[in-house]
Design a protein around this ligand. Structure first.
Ligand SMILES: [Zn+2]
Length: 455
């Protein structure tokens, strides 16, 4: 049975652009058919793409804009940024988080993201004590996603120590902490929510190898109620993190992980910026996905990911908005390619075969890598794909005179204005004429929340 059917004059399918596609949704909100038969209501006429998965988000960091770009007393780094980030995090409660996340998720939909993996570690009250409802902050994110209509893969984070040497958490990190039993209780609570919400997928995350030790990781993995849950972790974002891991374990972080755990397609390694050749080949062969967040990685001075070598080894990747310095898949994919060009002094780094398009390679890769990381069906305009789609402005000057085989390149490398006209999930319109359908009410609540935490 079909709950909605669209006619797309031009649609990006797994086999490239196709004209006059009929896209029917089944009762689960997935595409049941993508063929050319029969009449159906028309979308607004622009090119239709699958919705993009956002593999890495910390929603509360949306509140950092305008607070972290001023020089400090010493040399600024990721670690000085982190102190400013903790100060903002300390002002969040469940109501503020719900309002900020709803605004962020509406902005994601307006930019073409239709599902987000939320890497969530802001669990408790600022003094470290659990809220009366211990899952209150997680549930605020679930409610925000429902309000905006974005698909949510919620990844509660296990965070237990302040560094590789086992030091205790700092005062501002106390609200991130769980012991084994409390963490599993949180997962169980959220899985009850998942059972009644078809848009929600619950996975888990280990914050990083510096924040969780091997025994804790093993204990949680062995106790999971569902062995197919997606597992994410920050892995090698900073050179300082690699040096600390070498000093304590005698191995680099990715090597240490690959040697100790059965890393496979259910794992997503966030950033993986600093890799040696063996680590790169090891991730690519494992089937894990690397979540790359090029705008954040640039903003925080992390470094450049070895994109071309990783793609040549067959590695899977997706993109994420991470610190929300950019909430736009176009910017992430453009930065990914341009970073690789700047680092190599060469062009067309993602496209490996002669004649291949950089834009189409990046888009197809980000869509393919998103499925396993989100723990969902692929976002694809084809039978079995998630029923998520975005419609670009067909009359955008960026597309004037551009043939079909140049459309994705024109979108990713030439767009100067917001390019998404509509976003739909499961037959429901969430963005029309470039604006979120509930944007005004969500925006009002967001401004009130930001006023509460200002200063
Ligand atoms: Zn992160």
């Amino acid at each position: 049975m079909s709950i909605a059917t669209f006619h797309a004059p031009l649609a990006w399918t797994p086999s490239g652009w196709r004209t006059h596609q009929r896209l029917a949704l089944d009762t689960r909100g997935r595409f049941a058919a993508a063929d050319t038969d029969g009449p159906a209501p028309s979308l607004s006429g622009g090119p239709v793409l699958p919705g993009l998965p956002n593999l890495h988000s910390h929603a509360f960091q949306r509140a950092l804009l305008g607070r972290v770009e001023r020089a400090g007393p010493g040399e600024d780094s990721f670690w000085s940024w982190r102190e400013a980030m903790y100060q903002v995090a300390a002002r969040f409660d469940p109501d503020v988080l719900r309002a900020v996340a709803a605004q962020l998720y509406a902005e994601m939909l307006e930019a073409g993201y239709t599902r987000v993996c939320e890497f969530h570690y802001l669990h408790h009250a600022p003094d470290g004590r659990p809220y009366a409802e211990p899952a209150a902050m997680s549930l605020a994110l679930v409610e925000a996603a429902r309000e905006a209509g974005i698909g949510l893969t919620l990844l509660p984070v296990l965070y237990q120590r302040g560094g590789f040497d086992g030091r205790a958490l700092g005062e501002r990190q106390r609200r991130f902490a769980h012991d084994h039993d409390a963490f599993l209780a949180l997962l169980a609570r959220l899985r009850r929510e998942e059972a009644r919400d078809p848009d929600l997928r619950v996975g888990l995350a280990f914050h990083s190898l510096r924040a969780v030790d091997e025994a804790a990781m093993r204990g949680v993995l062995a106790a999971l109620p569902d062995p197919s849950m997606p597992v994410h972790l920050h892995i090698a974002e900073q050179v300082g993190e690699v040096a600390d891991c070498l000093a304590v374990h005698g191995q680099r972080p990715v090597r240490w992980l690959l040697d100790r755990f059965a890393i496979d397609a259910r794992w997503t390694l966030v950033h993986a910026t600093h890799l040696d050749d063996g680590e790169l080949a090891g991730i690519a062969a494992s089937g894990a996905t690397v979540a790359l967040c090029p705008a954040t990685e640039a903003n925080l001075g992390d470094g450049l990911f070895p994109l071309r070598a990783y793609l040549a080894a067959g590695g899977a990747f997706g993109i994420g908005s991470d610190s929300q310095v950019s909430v736009d898949p176009v910017e992430e994919l453009r930065w990914l390619e341009h970073g690789a060009r700047l680092g190599s002094l060469k062009r067309n780094r993602a496209a490996l075969a002669p004649g291949a398009s950089s834009g189409e390679t990046l888009l197809a890769g980000a869509l393919a890598g998103g499925a396993a990381a989100c723990g969902r069906a692929p976002s694809a305009l084809a039978a079995g794909g998630e029923g998520d789609l975005v419609v670009l402005h067909g009359d955008d000057p960026a597309f004037a005179g551009v043939a079909e085989d140049g459309l994705v390149d024109a979108w990713l490398f030439g767009r100067r204005r917001p390019g998404v006209r509509e976003a739909w999930r499961g037959g429901r319109a969430l963005v029309l004429e470039g604006r979120h359908v509930r944007g005004e009410a969500i925006g009002r609540a967001f401004r009130a929340a930001m006023a509460r935490i200002a200063g």
